[in-house]
Design a protein around this ligand. Sequence first.
Ligand code: C2E
Ligand code: CA
Ligand code: CA
Ligand code: CA
Length: 279
Amino acid sequence: VKNDTRGGYSFYTPKMETKFSQHLDLEMGLRRALTNHEFVIHYQPQFDTDGHAICGIEALLRWQHPERGLLYPGDFIHLAEEVGLIGYMTEWVIDTSIRQMKTWVDAGIAPARMAINLSALDLKRSNLVEEITQALDRHQLAGQYIELEITENLIVQDINIATQRLTALARHGISIAIDDFGTGYSSLSYLHQLPIHTLKIDRSFVQDIVPERSGRSVIDAIIAMGHSLELTIVAEGVETEAQRHWLAQRRCHGMQGYLFSRPLPTEDVARLLEATATR
Ligand code: C2E
Ligand code: CA
Ligand code: CA
Ligand code: CA
């Protein structure tokens, strides 16, 4: 059923019908995408605060849709979770990004870490730990090269399961980053309980930076806490030089954003890695 056939249905309101068929279209499309290899990963580098060295790289999923062009996670992750396909997608992202990282390590251009996003449902899967460690074995990559990005909500939902899985992963040298930090639950007790390496400051806080103001903002508090817990602090969504400067002054460790680089296809990011490695 194509969207443009909606005029042919008269029993439903056009709006209802369109929504329903789009949903079905998308679900069938997702299944097809998995078998037809329509997913791709774009990689966004993270820079140190002076903007010269690449300290990490984040794998971001895209769907090269045959008719609709390049789709972003906002268009399909939610549905993939709803219809139970997210696990297969995560498995693919894990395998593909680990294989890619191995290539860059062998070429001598790899940054310290590759960050992979997990969905809220991934931590619930009992085979997650195995899936990741088997991919590392398969591609002969050390766990130290991998960082998993998870959100606070996900941890708080089931703290015992989260502790168990994340501790097992940490034993393999894998590090854990809290994504979108500051936007979820405010209970911070889990920070002590879990093997957390990195705090990623959400873009919304970075956007709110007022260069003239010093202290007393939420982002100041987040950075201060990150320092006192001896975590690595990465700011996301850095778009302006004023933001970069402000974050560098507060000894934020890493930055990610359009100011430095957009997420790039594999070949483009490889060129960037080569250029920074030889600089
Ligand atoms: P996120 O993990 O918070 O990723 C950061 C998002 O901000 C990315 O959007 C990135 O392209 C965008 N971004 C980076 N720098 C800037 C900037 O300077 N300005 C602005 N305005 N945006 C910037 P993207 O790629 O559309 O991903 C959206 C979300 O989808 C991600 O948010 C993440 O939660 C999720 N996601 C991405 N890849 C995966 C995946 O492989 N698995 C799962 N489960 N979720 C994923
Ligand atoms: Ca992320
Ligand atoms: Ca984020
Ligand atoms: Ca975000």
